[in-house]
Design a protein around this ligand. Structure first.
Ligand code: SAM
Length: 222
């Protein structure tokens, strides 16, 4: 996420000021412990801050990009780094009805659980091997989780492992991480190994009205 394009002077309510402080913490994350603490503190206000305060558009856009390439609305989808479920909200609007969520924050998962839109919620760390059988899912989606101080590029191969052949994987990757942290190289490596290929990449913004700061991608599992 990148909030630098937003003028702090526009943020008038206490809730929005708090959101700015939490986003600053998100930029400064250095350890998994800090990330867990951030999302523990943010879980109850995350949706209001992101949607109402910052006009976070990425969940809707990446859900639409997945819907463009996945016509079977009964497909079993893994929402990776699902947080409070903003992506699944939009997947449901696109007609999808079988969505599992995965995140390492119990507090974010608890908010997602209250929405009763997920079939299953999985508490797991994306920096470690996932206890999910090969080829379990017909699609995966990941929004806002390949970003500063969050999850690194190696998780992409592990997510691909959980996908059936031919399954799409729609994800956002922050621009700053695309080359600097090795996401572009990881995508090339997946292509070279015949694991997945990059079908579509668009430069888009995470927030309404802000300059594009993300690569919005669709990969396809081979
Ligand atoms: C910016 S939020 C995005 C949530 C949701 N996808 C959205 O777009 O609103 C990033 C999420 O990634 C999760 N996360 C960060 N590091 C993680 C890790 N190593 N394993 C699993 N989840 C992680 C956080 O708990 C948080 O819910």
């Amino acid at each position: 996420m990148n909030q630098s394009e937003h003028n702090p002077g526009e943020l008038v309510s206490l809730e929005e000021e708090s959101s700015t402080a939490l986003l600053k913490r998100a930029y400064g994350l250095e350890t998994p412990g800090q990330a867990r603490a951030l999302y523990r503190d943010w879980a109850s206000t995350y949706d209001a801050h992101l949607e109402d305060g910052l006009h976070y558009r990425a969940p809707r856009r990446i859900a639409e990009m997945l819907a463009d390439v996945l016509k079977d609305t009964t497909a079993v989808i893994l929402d990776v780094g699902c947080g409070t479920g903003l992506v699944a909200d939009h997947l449901v609007r696109c007609g999808f009805c079988v969505i599992d969520g995965l995140d390492f924050s119990p507090e974010m998962l608890a908010v997602a659980d209250k929405k009763t839109i997920y079939r299953t919620l999985i508490e797991a760390d994306l920096e470690k091997p996932l206890e999910i059988a090969d080829g379990s899912y017909e699609a995966a989606i990941c929004c806002g989780t390949f970003t500063h101080g969050h999850v690194g590029p190696k998780a992409m191969a592990e997510i691909c492992r959980t996908l059936k052949r031919g399954a799409p994987f729609a994800c956002t990757i922050h621009n700053h991480l695309w080359k600097e942290v090795g996401f572009a190289a990881e995508v090339s490596s997946l292509e070279r190994q015949g694991i997945a290929s990059l079908e579509l990449v668009r430069d888009e913004s995470y927030f309404d009205g802000a300059p594009s700061d993300g690569k919005f991608c669709v990969l396809r599992r081979h």
